[in-house]
Design a protein around this ligand. Structure first.
Ligand SMILES: [Zn+2]
Ligand SMILES: [Zn+2]
Length: 299
């Protein structure tokens, strides 16, 4: 396999061997690294800085040749086994992350007995994570096969985020559901649900944004009141309901952010996913394939 690909990339660029190699690279590369109709072009001129369509990359790899820095990557992609692509695709597309939460958390159960729940630092975090997973794997109510406690709570929280349901509305809904379905094990309160989501690394942050989408009020801009670019205010001023007309005018208004971006930080998600043996194997696929190749070529 290895010999085969060092062969095609070293062939003249007009040869059938080279053309077939490029075709193979595009065929296997797009499902893994493509976004929509585009992928980073690894030609000598673009060197993965530009996202282009399939035909353009084909032309570039023939006209410009491959970027020397990316030759190895091109070869690896072109010679990925189809079964590896399927594994990788599951990981990339999130298949199993969204629709099969129970499966996602299921593998994390392995080995959690080694985690000392009393320890501090990362182990304490891990212990909390595994405890939520262990408890969350219980059925939502006795005999329920469709939802575990955890998958139901995550779905509910997801709806809250997508539809902007307020915290108090979420709490009231929880109360109503607990009343109506006493056998279902639901989180005690909104705060309890939020804490579990946070411990699982699935929480989001709110960042204020310019109403015209020019900038985020974040990092060095976190204290600014107006947009640097268009001058729009960060806030929408609303009159407070039920305040006496003769009170202090400043107390009659309250400011709400004109636009909020919900940001899902990647780091805690990755940390949690790496706690799971099966997922961490999929996530290090590229690195492992590279090392395997290095070992083979050095022999
Ligand atoms: Zn290019
Ligand atoms: Zn603006």
């Amino acid at each position: 396999m290895d010999e085969e690909y060092t062969l095609w990339i070293d062939f003249p660029r007009y040869s059938q061997e080279y053309l077939d190699g490029v075709e193979c690279f595009l065929q296997k590369g797009f499902p893994i690294f493509g976004k929509g109709d585009e992928m980073q072009c690894p030609c000598r001129k673009c060197a993965k800085r530009l996202w282009l369509g399939r035909d353009s990359i084909y032309d570039h790899l023939i006209c410009n040749g491959p970027s020397l820095v990316h030759v190895q990557w091109i070869c690896e992609v072109a010679h990925t086994k189809l079964s590896d692509i399927d594994d990788f695709m599951d990981c990339e597309t999130g298949k199993g992350f969204e629709d099969n939460l129970d499966d996602m958390f299921d593998c994390t159960g392995k080995g959690f007995e080694n985690v000392n729940e009393g320890e501090q630092g990362p182990n304490k975090e891990a212990a909390k994570f595994y405890r939520h997973v262990r408890e969350g794997k219980q059925p939502l109510y006795p005999g329920c096969t469709k939802f575990s406690r955890l998958s139901f709570m995550i779905r509910l929280y997801h709806l809250k985020c997508v539809h902007g349901i307020t915290e108090s509305a979420f709490g009231d809904l929880l109360g109503l559901m607990k009343d109506a379905f006493p056998n279902a094990v639901l989180p005690q309160s909104f705060i309890a649900a939020k804490n579990i989501i946070k411990d699982l690394g699935l929480d989001y942050q709110k960042i204020h944004a310019c109403p015209n989408n020019c900038m985020l009020f974040w990092a060095e801009n976190s204290d600014k009141e107006v947009c640097d670019n268009c001058g729009a205010s960060r806030w929408v001023v609303q009159e407070k309901k039920g305040t006496a007309a003769n009170s202090d005018p400043d107390k009659l208004i309250h400011k709400v952010p004109s636009k909020i971006m919900r940001y899902f930080p990647l780091k805690p998600r990755l940390q949690r996913l790496f706690m799971c043996k099966d997922y961490s194997k999929l996530m290090t696929w590229h690195d492992v394939a590279k090392k395997r190749r290095e070992i083979k070529t050095s022999c």
